[in-house]
Ligand binder design. Structure first.
Ligand SMILES: *Cc1c(COP(=O)(O)O)cnc(C)c1O
Length: 426
């Protein structure tokens, strides 16, 4: 497959933009080679600048639940753009979107819009500290919550891809306040609360991890977290930036029946435009300025274009949407494992509704150490061979794949056929 235009563009980009990209994983550091520059997308397909066509499983890292250039989302954005791109003043659409979020997500009684997932988690943590009057924060190794200082400690996604243990520029005094636990380990969590009673402001986690590959919570893990945080007076924050509206309409908290105190959202809630949100119990959210003293603000927060896209997407979240993506994802993930094993590869998979991951040389993956022990070099070869077959997967062994309603049975079958050829050649 000829991708010479992409290769020329990344060379040009590197002179103007650090690493040639505006977010690290895009640079293909985890798989090697040059990133692909895209020019258009439609449904489950992308077309690159050299005219090559791919089946896409990145979905703009999650938001494209209805596929690319979904007509209704595009119409909603265009109609809003003709009225105004923004005022920096309240608009009615913001109330509509807030009401939809409150209606869908069990824990959310009140919600504040921001412009990215990073901002949502950063603000939720400030709120948790302000509300509890405590400083310590607990996170799980391999979970990614955006790139704010307190959260870049043993984080997933690009930080894993690049093999950076934290990040230069994060003061030790701030990193010290973040305690890290292994995912899915109830005993370690109990021990931590015994060691730091009454000092932990919040526990934050991805209720289904997606930034170290897809890792579902072990049975009882989320419920145990709910119990230990409530007993200690610490807040439980579900970072549902990825899982919100993806693993079910009400997110992972609805799927697993565990209600956190605060929830962060992003990705789907903006319909593909840059948006985040955080919300939760009314008494906690009342501490946010201007109602309360915990400061949080944003020039483009609740931007009408993003709100129009998000509203359109949220209004269309019917049970059929989740039946479709759940079925398509299961067929894909199980089909990949079956074909890989037939070709003699040792693999395992995880999937939850519309998220999936395939791991090489692993029998099961339930935490970060097990992901780190999987064969990422073999994943890189798999990735490139699939790319040449016209299938665009996330360019890192530490990312999940995403399925949309545009992924028809036919498209899933084409993907599995391509994978069968690739597994035979690996
Ligand atoms: C993507 C993601 C973020 C960061 O969101 P941005 O919009 O990239 O800042 C935070 N948490 C989780 C779980 C994510 O998947």
């Amino acid at each position: 497959m000829n991708r010479s235009t992409s290769s020329a563009l990344i060379e040009r980009a590197r002179k103007a933009i650090p690493g040639g990209v505006n977010s690290p994983v895009r640079a293909f550091g985890g798989v090697g080679g040059d990133p692909v520059f895209f020019q258009s997308g439609e449904g489950a397909h992308l077309v690159d600048v050299d005219g090559n066509r791919y089946i896409d499983y990145v979905a703009s890292w999650g938001p494209m639940l209805f596929g690319h250039t979904d007509n209704e989302v595009v119409e909603a954005v265009v109609a809003q753009a003709r009225q105004s791109i923004g005022f920096g003043a309240p608009t009615e659409g913001e109330i509509d979107l807030a009401e939809l979020i409150i209606d869908y997500v069990p824990s959310i009684e009140r919600v504040r819009m921001v412009s990215s997932g990073t901002e949502a988690t950063m603000s939720a943590i400030r709120l948790a500290r302000g509300y509890t009057g405590r400083d310590l924060l607990v996170k799980f190794a391999g979970c990614y919550h955006g790139h704010s200082d307190s959260l870049l400690v043993r984080a997933g996604s690009g930080v894993l891809t690049l093999g950076i243990p934290g990040s230069p520029g994060v003061p030790a005094g701030i990193a010290e306040l973040t305690l890290t636990l292994p995912y899915n380990d109830q005993d370690a969590m109990q021990a931590l609360f015994t060691e730091y009673p009454g000092r932990i402001a919040a526990v934050i986690l991805e209720p289904v991890a997606g930034n170290m590959g897809c890792i579902p919570p072990a049975p009882g893990f989320l419920a145990a977290l709910r119990e230990v945080t409530a007993a200690d007076g610490a807040l439980l924050i579900f970072d549902e930036v990825m899982t919100g509206f993806r693993v079910s309409r009400g997110g992972a908290q609805e799927l697993y029946g565990v209600t956190p105190d605060l929830t962060t959202l992003g990705k789907i809630v903006g319909g593909g435009l840059p948006v985040g949100a955080f919300g939760g119990r009314a008494d906690i959210m009342a501490q946010i300025a201007p109602e309360g003293g915990v400061y949080q603000a944003g020039t483009l927060s609740g931007n009408p274009l993003a709100v129009a896209a998000g509203r359109n997407m949220l209004e269309r979240l019917t049970p059929e949407v989740y039946q479709h993506i759940e079925h398509a994802t299961a067929v894909l993930a199980n089909g990949l494992v079956e074909r890989a094993r037939s070709a003699g590869h040792r693999v395992c998979e995880n999937h939850v509704c519309g998220m999936f991951s395939l791991f090489f040389d692993a029998d099961s993956v339930a935490n970060f150490d097990q992901v780190a022990n999987a064969n990422s070099e073999k994943f890189a070869r798999f990735f490139h061979a699939m790319l040449d077959e016209g299938v665009y997967l996330a360019p890192s062994a530490f990312e999940a794949g995403f399925v949309s309603t545009a992924h028809t049975d036919d498209i899933i079958q084409q993907t599995l056929d391509a994978a069968e050829r690739v597994f035979a050649s690996l």
